[in-house]
Design a binder for this molecule. Structure first.
Ligand code: NAG
Length: 269
């Protein structure tokens, strides 16, 4: 009788203790993994209501059991961290180009690139064409969604597109992903700052070729035509159609162009 009483008492006390531990901890259910109340990169691993505090890999945040990049954890923004209440609790362990051992980090001089760090080892990644790396979302995004990007001054106002170079008929900057690449217009063409594209030099104010070189060319029609077509072939599609039509009508070219006032008077954008 006495023995039975003790056994029952111990069993009850044990159950109470276990329940108490389960209730006191962050175990929403007896088994599972549950977020820490203050830190994104800590979580509770609960087994039979007993919680064990766990750490995410340095730089990652708890997402959910069996989810995420690694060990239930993912890039902080993907895991919704910080969320106004919880922040990262571990200290960052930094290596070259990696602010934390794990994560994606901005490149110091490029908007189109970023570092992907895997346990402290970095890999240089490129965003796809036209996309920029967004620190905000820790992923590649459209330029209009990446206002904080460190853009090259030349491409400050235009992440993707052509930028004229002052007093230069031949060259222009092509901004791709906020970084400028020097481009050259093909022979016979000049960069038109109004249209932001290469056009027949004769139609670009200040870039008209001297008449002495133009006159003999117009007599040799086949040679002139070939040269122009070659130039047009290097150009973008939208320009090519215009130039090809002009090249086939070399003697009329100047008149035709002058008949089209929108080439000269259209306001710049
Ligand atoms: C990270 O690297 C350390 C050694 O530098 C190693 O002990 C650890 O297991 C690695 N972690 C993962 C998740 O690969």
């Amino acid at each position: 009788m006495k023995t039975l009483f003790i056994v029952v008492f111990v069993a009850l006390a044990g159950t109470c203790l276990a329940q108490q531990r389960g209730k006191d901890s962050a175990c929403v259910y007896d088994n599972g993994q549950f977020p820490h109340e203050d830190y994104c990169d800590y979580f509770y691993d609960c087994i039979d209501g007993v919680a064990t505090l766990q750490l995410c890999p340095n730089g990652l945040a708890f997402l959910g059991k069996g989810r995420g990049l690694l060990q239930s954890c993912d890039y902080p923004k993907r895991a919704g961290c910080p969320d106004g209440k919880r922040v990262m609790g571990q200290s960052p362990i930094s290596t070259e180009n990696c602010n934390w051992l794990w994560g994606r980090f901005p490149h110091k001089t490029s908007c189109t690139r970023y570092w992907e760090c895997w346990n402290g080892t970095y890999t240089l990644r490129n965003c796809g064409f036209s996309l920029l790396y967004s620190t905000e979302s820790e992923s590649c995004d459209w330029p209009e969604n990446v206002p904080g990007c460190q853009q090259h001054p030349t491409c400050k106002n235009i992440a993707n597109g052509a930028v004229p170079i002052e007093n230069n008929c031949k060259n222009f900057w092509q901004c791709i992903g906020a970084y400028p690449f020097l481009q050259e217009c093909p022979a016979g063409l000049a960069f038109d700052p109004q249209f932001l594209s290469c056009r027949l030099a004769t139609t670009v104010p200040g870039c008209e070729p001297p008449p002495t070189t133009e006159a003999p060319e117009e007599e040799e029609r086949p040679a002139s035509g070939n040269r122009r077509r070659t130039g047009a072939g290097l150009q973008r599609q939208n320009y090519q159609s215009l130039d090809t039509s002009s090249a086939n009508q070399t003697p009329l070219q100047n008149n035709r162009v002058n008949d089209r006032p929108q080439f000269r008077t259209a306001p710049g954008k």
